[in-house]
Design a protein around this ligand. Structure first.
Ligand SMILES: NC(=O)c1ccc[n+]([C@@H]2O[C@H](COP(=O)([O-])OP(=O)(O)OC[C@H]3O[C@@H](n4cnc5c(N)ncnc54)[C@H](O)[C@@H]3O)[C@@H](O)[C@H]2O)c1
Length: 343
């Protein structure tokens, strides 16, 4: 059993902890946080399913006053694990890295950190093998994770040499107040970081893109225009066939009721998925169209949960639990129940 810890029990950390707990070949040793946040209070009210450790600077008296038990310090947790999953706020992971280095423990960081925090900028499908045995991995952001899943799917099956994307980005997570009460769309300077990130991980694909922030909280939507490698056209049928075989891509239809981002959130809740999470991206069958030599399609990114499977792949790569992407992603998918909707 590979021993795993989670630093930062927030939006991503809670989901990473649940994801690790579901892996049959990993053990979640505990989670660490700085403050008795609502998520930490909910953990206590649920009966402390995970052991809690306090990071440096945490005020223990606040935890004591609320009767929230903790097992020890952050260093205690780091000393017990093979790999730390760092989901602390963007930038804080780089500081935590000093502790991981001192303890000689591997770590996997999330998208809010700079690329320089890690040896490998990682995606479970597109460059798993580069992560093999690495000490420090950084996951792609939520949008980039889902985007690369779909582009890699076409690339693996047919070859892709060019993509252009438009990202319609949710501005905050449910429950966030720090972005204010908004009713406006906001443009980012092109090219979007997701296009640049895609090229870092898939250097053989030329990518560019535009990002528009929207005042919604349940999911981003990305439209992708992709061009087949060596001028080989990817037809609508070819794209659909490839997407349908992918265990982290749920192909849906508008006529079945998947009208937009909210339909996915509602469906995930109807499925009884904790917190209304979806590990898979949604891909609208009725969005796939040909435009000259290009193929175009739209995907839905459940931003809070989409990076969890690729982070599990990251543990598999760093610890060399499996030596190739196909067997590693298959193991993660089995443990998370991915692809079950196809049966
Ligand atoms: N929210 C999303 O949709 C999303 C999606 C993909 C990736 N990410 C990335 O995941 C990372 C975490 O984001 P989040 O949205 O979960 O943040 P969050 O604010 O919800 O959670 C961060 C948690 O870390 C705790 N913390 C503060 N200082 C700490 C420290 N020194 N050590 C450990 N924990 C500490 C905070 O108390 C909080 O509970 C960021 O890099 C972010 O860019 C976020």
């Amino acid at each position: 059993m590979v021993k795993v810890g989670v630093a930062g029990y927030g939006v991503i950390g809670q989901r990473l902890a649940d994801g690790v707990a579901l892996q049959k070949d990993m053990e979640l040793v505990g989670v660490a946080d700085l403050a008795p946040t609502l998520s930490v209070r909910a953990l206590k009210e649920r009966g402390m399913d995970y052991d809690l450790y306090l990071v440096e600077g945490a005020d223990a008296s606040k935890f004591n006053a609320l009767g929230i038990p903790y097992k020890g310090s952050f260093n205690d947790l780091i000393g017990k694990v093979d790999v730390m999953l760092d989901s602390s706020p963007g930038g804080v992971g780089a500081k935590n890295k000093e502790l991981y280095e001192k303890a000689g423990v591997k770590a996997i960081f999330q998208g809010g950190e700079k690329n320089s925090v890690a040896d490998v900028f990682f995606h479970g499908y597109a460059n798993y093998e580069k992560g093999l045995g690495a000490k420090y991995l950084k996951l792609t952001s939520c949008n980039t994770t889902g985007l690369i899943r779909s582009v890699d799917c076409l690339d693996r099956n047919y070859g892709v040499d060019r993509v252009a994307i438009t990202i319609i980005r949710r501005v905050a997570d449910p429950g966030d107040y720090h972005r204010g009460l908004t009713n406006a769309l906001q443009m980012d300077k092109a090219p979007s970081h997701q296009a640049v990130d895609l090229m870092t991980i898939m250097p053989h694909v030329e990518a560019t893109g535009i990002l528009v922030h929207t005042p919604v909280t349940h999911g981003h939507i990305i439209t992708v225009v992709a061009h087949g490698k060596d001028g080989k056209k990817i037809t609508r049928d070819m794209a659909l066939d490839a997407f349908k075989t992918h265990d982290r891509i749920r192909v849906v239809r508008i006529e079945d009721g998947f009208l937009g981002n909210s339909s996915f959130f509602r469906y995930a809740r109807d499925l009884g998925n904790p917190r209304g999470d979806m590990y898979e991206i949604g891909l609208w069958e009725d969005s796939i169209v040909e435009s000259g030599d290009n193929i175009m399609y739209a995907i839905n990114i459940p931003q809070e949960s989409v990076t969890i499977p690729e982070t599990m792949d990251g543990v598999r790569a760093a610890i060399k639990m499996q030596n190739d992407s196909a067997s590693a992603t298959a193991e993660t998918n089995k443990n998370l129940g991915l692809g079950r909707w196809k049966n």
